[in-house]
Structure formats: structure tokens, C-alpha cells
Design a protein around this ligand. Sequence first.
Ligand code: 9PG
Length: 474
Amino acid sequence: MPEWTLNVNPAKLRVLVSGFQSWSEAELRPLQDTQAAPLMRWRHEQGHDPGFLPSGQAGVWRSHSVLALVRPDGGGWVGMAGDATQTFVQWEARAQGDHVRVSCILEGPEVPLHWEETPDVIATLEARAAELGRAMHARTPAPLRVWCSWYSYYRSVTLAAMLDNACRARAAGLPFDVFQLDDGFQADLGDWEEPSAHFGGHARDLPGPLRELGYTPGLWLAPFLASPTSRLFAEHADWMLRGEDGCPLPVGHNWGGPYFALDTTHPGALAWLRELAATARGWGYPYLKLDFLYGAALPGVRHDPRVGRAQAYRMGLQALRDGAGPDAFLLGCGAPLAQSIGLVDAMRTGPDVAPFWDEESRRVWLGDATGPSARNALHTALSRWYQHPWYQPDPDVAICRRELSLLNHEEREAVAAMLDVVGGLRASSDPIELLDGPGLDLLRRCLALSTPDRPRTLTQSMGGAVTHFSRGTF
Ligand code: 9PG
């Protein structure tokens, strides 16, 4: 295990960390603070790497792929993985008396590791992140403007609501590129081809009318998951990732109970994934939001024990890419961050936005900042600004409506401004009929993409925003 000792006073340093996957926390904090360790052990898998949990000790910080220590003058140290196709690179910084110890665990084959002192942490982080992006053949297509059903209709979405919103958006001249159907259209997790009872149609009924309105159809899938009640699980229990006890491993808790994940080293599961993505494409969806992808990257017992979890994850994602086609636009969500480079076009880089600012009970008292809130989403997405060269970031939706929301005027404006700072995808979930004049104006501002000369100055403002967090603004 590579280790370094820095003769520097820990009290003077801040540490920049980034968690396992989209929803895991990323932040810049005083090194002597305590990294939040979630108290709800049964929820760990959803936001944290169960193989590398925060220690919960003051002065000990853990981070995936990237670690930076920042001095007050902006100089410091940067650690970065040189490759993530088969390896998880897990950093730890530990304050010890008058020095700091940094170590790095490689889970998977050896990869080049960059660990260096620099007079300019921001510049070095960006340069190293760009190198990792190039090494893994990152895809960074043009960003898209997306309407997504989740943050207003949640699982009750209907075909009629999708069409109503698309018609109203067209009539109002709202410049969306994609209309994306989220969770709720399917009978069960894994049974994607059967509609839910309430949807009022089939997912394949939507693309035709959307195209006529001038929008690209988008579809949500959690392709690596199977619920215990699904036909997929009943017919192919042998395709599931297993625990040491040989039983299918529960990989999270949502949709009213625990759920399982596919073992993406199983040839049957891989063929099924290719077929699923090809089917969605065949229904008319060239934009796929692939959610809960972390499930295939968890530690567990696999059909092919020689394949590590990072490689297994990429085999599953590659099968989806092969089925969807090279020109499909794939948005990763709930996905291991560095391990997805080159296979997705865009990536959610924080937890879900919610129509309220903060949920202090879960964040502070339960030590879990991976839950939905406007605060958690912005805090995390902003702290990953240097990941731009890995894919288009998706900082999640703006909320412009006043109905069905607890956000006040300042909070709505703050979300909109921060999304603009993050850049990448622009998205909204607002039912168009709930938007009054000021709401429509705010939405139009949110959908205005950054001009091409923006990133350089943005980078500077991002550095400023990140510095802000450490003063406790968020
Ligand atoms: C659909 C949603 C939306 C959303 C995604 C994702 O930990 N959890 O239980 C958990 C549940 C849902 C969730 C994230 C975490 O949201 O980010 O945009 O697609 O799924 O179910």
C-alpha cells in the first residue's frame, strides 16, 4: 500500500474528497473535521462504498479516485488515479500530531498513481482529471436540455402527463432537447417491458408523439436491478450478485423493500442487458438515463471470481452501450464516477435535488448527506467541478415552480445560479401548467446553455464556490 508522510501542520489544511458514486458526498473541509459516517447501516450501499466506509474519526478522510490537501495559499498536494477501468483507487488522509499521513489502497490491478505537491491545487487537479479522461477515452458530447418526469410526478407518472407536458412545452416554445420518462412506467424492477397498472399505456407509445412535437425521447431504466417480486428474479435467480452465504445480495432498500443486482460477469445477464438496451432503442429512445448502476460494482460473490468489481461493472455498462448503439446518449446515475468514464455521455454528479432546501435530520443527525435535497445536490455537484473532462456533468433539475415546492424565491434562484456554474446538462421537472410568468422566465434562464468561452472563467468561480463551502456557507 503506497504511503506518504507530509511534514505539515494538519490544522492548516483542507481536504477535498469525492465519494464512490453519483449520490455519495464530495466536499472540501478542514482536515481536522470528521467525515460524516452514516448511522443507517442498511442504507450504506445506496450512497457509500460498503468496501470503504468513512471512519467517522476526526482528522481521517476517505476518498475515491481523487484526494487533494489544500494549504491556505492554494498550493498543496493532489492524488489522482491514472486509470479506473479495472481498479478502485481509494485514498485516505489522516492527521497525526504535527504531520499528515496519506495512503492509497488499490482494489484491482496496479495502475499509475499520481501523487504530487503543487503550488496550485485547482490547476493540478484539473490537469490530472483531464489526463484520466483522455486515458479512458472520455465521451463529452454537447450538453442537452432535458425535461424529466421524476421531480414532480415521481412514481405516479402517466403517459397522459408526459404528453400534456410535451404539448404545453411546445406551445410555450420552451427549448428542451429531450423529454425523459422516469421511474413508474414499468410493472416491476427488472420487468421493463410490462407497463405498470397506473401508467395508462406502454413506454413504446411515447416516442412517436414526442418526435412529432420536436423532442428526443428519453427513458429511465435501473438496468442492473431486480426486485424480489419481479419475473426477472423468478426466472433468473442465478444471474444475481451473491453474498458470502450464497444468497442473492440485497444491494439497497427502496420501492418498499430490498432489491438485488445482476452479476454482470454472468454471460446470461450480459446478453439480457444488451437486449434490454436494444429494446429500449427499438421503442424509439436514443437517450437513456441508466440509474442505480452502483449495484453491479458492489463487493460480492460473482459467477466469474477472477473478475474484480470495477471490471465487472464496466462489462455490464459495455453490454448496455453495445445494445443501445454508439450514437445513443447514455446518462449514468447512482453510478461509480471514474469507473464510468468512456462508457457514458453524461453523469449525475450529486444526490437528487428536492423541492426543499435541506433535510437536517438525515444529514446531521443520521450522518447521511446522500439523500435528496437542493442543498445536498448543489454542495456535491459543485465540489466535483474538476470532473468535467470525464463526461457532461448532470447537476440535476432546477425547480422553478412555486406550487408543490417548499423552496422560497432566494432558494429557487440559488439553485438556478449554481446549476449554471456547474454547467453540463440542464433539466427541469416542473409541470408546465404550474409555471406562472416569473416561473417560466426562471426556467428559460436555466435552459440557456453556457457560452463556449465560459469554462475557463467558470473554473475560477468554481474554485471560489468550493472555498465558500469550507466557511460553512452550505
Ligand atoms: C427514480 C429516481 C430518479 C432520480 C434518481 C434516483 O437511496 N435511495 O433510495 C434513492 C432512491 C431514489 C433515488 C436516489 C436514491 O433517485 O437519482 O433522478 O430517477 O431514482 O426512482
